[in-house]
Design a protein. Structure first.
Lengths: 382, 382
């Protein structure tokens, strides 16, 4: 027990004390920032694939390809889906002959075009050594709308086929070519679906490296983002690869790649998800997003920042009869079930691995049959 | 080999632990007005630690407690002239950072291993929490918080009830307005409580039943000499989100403690620190045909730093507390941050209550996570 301390001051302390308390709380609330940081990305999604040059306006259906460059008579696209439609509206006196180049394109993809119901002649230009880079030349009629479709010949027919799933490359970007080489050796895989975290800090150098590494992959890489793309300006992503949320169909299977990079999904995107689920209700639907809604190791909580939002998301997917869910963020492999839907976490792209799990770098292969999913296998890289 | 300064720090820490243990002893203070104990601030007190200090809190000491005090805890007290308290605060910082650092290293080095991270994360959060509360203590003392800090409630009311309003801004859910009802009754060392939050604008209801056993600390009929307390708490929570087609039931068990910081240093009289650690098991029921329930674990960790307001015998008596809650399953969810670090933190908040008569009082709460919460309640006690 001791004496009461004496205080010698001019008593400005309480004021400062009160100020500090308010300040600390303001920091806490300020750190919360905007509750909808995914909204800005959703709004960008709505502007992807739209460009005008030399009197011709182009619009990619559902934003499934990003306009990387456009100049008089030339359009460069980055594909975010195996099949997409391009609508061109040429005014009078507009440039008529266009070279359209599509990177991250399905090998063997074809372009078909029609204007006013009449098919147009498409010239296939010299093939690039890279199977995912395709070029065509097309003459667009004046004062008319032209619809072009870029897709492999079997894009709309059901059948047996395969795709790969991977995520979480991050600081292993310099050696992800080893994973890509292993994917290239896997027979019958048509494309890769990624759950994000392709870069670590989102530096410009990392994005340049990523572009170079993509050149080592013989099939397209369709992806959403993870949280690591958000350590820098998210427009670094959209300026290169377009949409954050991607929804497409291939061989009668629907894919929804959803942006959960903020450990949450923006309400705008939930609106899209409702439409996507409705459209795919009677078919096979695969959903991929970065954060697992609920971490199978609950105490770790490497998951959505709100568990009630996680439950809402899973409830939506279950009511939409989603067939399979893929997640990343956790650098290991997990197979479990959420709301009765098969769920896989595959974060084996090379980022700091979870130890003591005996997994290491890996990716998944998914074998599709005529009416559903046949099997999912883990392919180890190391 | 231990350096002399390290030895001094360890001695200071040991001394603080011994004092804090001793300060938990029970006594029977003389009853004051309204049958409540009357502790005069100019009388020697039980459970108050530290030597006679010529504390000179100034604006400079207050600011120094913030910066560089955030790095070197105790800086504010040192400048205010209390080296003894400064050394103890530095010792606690040393230990807290050590615990958090080791636990964080385990989590990072193991890649958030499913085997190692569940036992490490509570130490990481607990160490970080102790660090923050210790920093707040330095700010409190160095800004002359002693002048505004009041007295703990050493004779809790047998029965308490609360009726209030909650405004919850959550972009993910349609609800905004809730009624908040709480009742609590002491029976010996047991405190039985029930609460309900009922949305008035959508179909959403949360109810909780809890029972706490107080091992040490004030309770009706057995008052203590300090506000320090130790409780074991069990709770059942049911939260129904009918508009979003799911419901969550949670069973919780946690140990919760309050440390009256007068026992740590006489300069901190009038303030307290709280920490709770426990485990929850939740069951998510989806109101979707054929969707089975999901089960998950939940780490319950909450820490807070607060000050008592007024005297038990005075006109106004209550407390103000800043807190962090690690759980992500409640209304607040996890903190939304503007970059890629989402998904790790829980919510921050400030809550306060004050009784302004023998029976009646008022409570306020603000909380920021993936939603913003503000609430006000009317309190009644017997």
């Amino acid at each position: 027990m001791s004496k009461k301390p004496s205080i010698k001051s001019r008593n400005k302390g309480p004021l400062v004390s009160g100020f500090v308390f308010v300040y600390v709380f303001a920091i806490a609330v300020g750190a919360g920032g905007c509750l909808r940081d995914g909204r800005a990305r959703a709004l960008i999604d709505g502007e992807i694939g739209i460009a005008t040059e030399s009197g011709v306006s182009f619009a990619v259906g559902d934003g499934l390809a990003h306009v990387r460059a456009i100049e008089d008579g030339r359009l460069d696209l980055w594909a975010s889906a195996p099949a997409f439609e391009l609508i061109a509206n040429a005014g009078s006196g507009a440039a008529t002959e266009w070279i359209i180049e599509v990177d991250n394109c399905m090998p063997g993809a074809e372009m078909v075009a029609a204007s006013s119901g009449a098919p147009l002649v498409i010239e296939v230009l010299e093939a690039d050594p890279r199977p995912v880079l395709r070029r065509w030349r097309v003459r667009l009629p004046d004062n008319a709308e032209t619809r072009l479709r870029i897709a492999p010949p079997d894009a709309d027919s059901a059948g047996m086929w395969r795709f790969a799933v991977m995520g979480d490359i991050q600081e292993a970007l310099d050696r992800v070519d080893e994973v890509f080489a292993r994917i290239n050796r896997e027979s019958g895989v048509r494309f890769v679906v990624s759950t994000g975290d392709l870069v670590d800090r989102g530096t410009l150098g990392e994005y340049e490296t990523l572009q170079l590494q993509y050149r080592r992959l013989d099939i397209p890489y369709y992806t959403t983002i993870g949280n690591h793309e958000l350590y820098a300006d998210h427009e670094r992503w959209s300026e290169r690869f377009g949409r954050f949320n991607v929804h497409f169909q291939f061989k009668e299977v629907t894919f929804s790649l959803i942006d959960s990079g903020s450990a949450s999904i923006d309400p705008v995107v939930y609106g899209w998800i409702d439409q996507w689920l409705e459209r795919a209700a009677n078919g096979v639907h695969v959903v991929a997003t970065h954060y697992p809604p609920i971490d199978p190791v609950g105490i770790r909580s490497g998951s959505f920042r709100s568990r009630k939002e996680a439950a809402k998301f899973l409830s939506k997917l279950a009511s939409g009869r989603v067939d399979m869910t893929f997640y990343g963020h956790i650098h290991s492999y997990y197979e479990f079930s959420n709301a009765g839907m098969p769920a896989y976490i595959s974060g084996g792209g090379g980022a700091l691995p979870e130890r003591l799990d005996g997994i290491g770098r890996h990716f998944l292969t998914v074998d599709m049959r005529m009416d559903g999913i046949e099997r999912v296998d883990v392919v180890r890289v190391d | 080999m231990l350096y002399p300064c390290t030895l001094r720090l360890l001695r200071a820490l040991t001394a603080s632990l011994v004092v804090s243990t001793a300060s938990g002893a029970h006594g029977e203070p003389a009853p004051g007005a309204n049958g409540r104990p009357d502790i005069r601030s100019d009388a020697p007190e039980a459970g108050v630690s530290g030597p006679s200090a010529e504390l000179r809190p100034t604006v400079l000491s207050g600011l120094a407690a913030v910066v560089p005090g955030v790095i070197v805890h105790g800086t504010g007290h040192r400048i205010a002239g209390d080296r003894h308290a400064a050394n103890r605060l530095l010792a606690v910082e040393f230990v807290a950072l050590g615990i958090a650092g080791i636990a964080g290293a385990v989590v990072v080095a193991s890649g958030a291993s499913r085997k190692l991270s569940p036992p490490a994360i509570p130490f990481l959060v607990g160490g970080a929490g102790t660090f923050l509360m210790n920093w707040a203590s330095d700010i409190y003392g160095a800004t002359g918080g002693l002048r505004i800090g009041g007295e703990p409630d050493l004779d809790p009311a047998l029965f308490e009830a609360r009726l209030g309003y909650l405004r919850i801004q959550d972009p993910q859910f349609a609800y905004d307005h809730f009624t908040d009802l709480d009742v609590a009754l002491w029976a010996g060392a047991w405190r039985i409580a029930g609460s309900a939050q009922l949305a008035v604008d959508t179909d959403n209801q949360r109810v909780e039943l809890s029972a706490s056993h107080r091992f040490a600390g004030p309770r009706p009929g057995r008052t203590a000499t300090t506000g320090s307390a130790l409780d074991l708490r069990g709770a059942l929570v049911y939260h129904r989100y009918d508009g979003d087609d799911f419901a969550v039931a949670t069973a919780e068990l946690a140990i919760a403690g309050r440390y009256d910081l007068a026992g740590f240093s006489s300069t901190l009289r009038g303030s307290f620190a709280e920490m709770e650690v426990g485990l929850g098991v939740e069951r998510i029921d989806y109101q979707v045909s054929g969707a089975p329930a999901d089960y998950s674990h939940l780490l319950l960790m909450r820490f807070g730093y607060g000050i008592y307001v007024g005297r038990a015998s005075g006109r106004v008596h209550g407390q103000v507390q800043i807190f962090y809650d690690h759980r992500r399953d409640d209304f607040a969810g996890g903190l939304a941050v503007p970059d890629g670090s989402n998904g790790f933190a829980g919510s921050f908040g400030i809550d306060a209550f004050a009784y302004w008569s023998r029976h009646w009082g008022t409570a306020l709460v603000l909380e920021a996570g993936s939603s913003y919460i503000g609430g006000a309640s009317l309190l009644y006690r017997l």
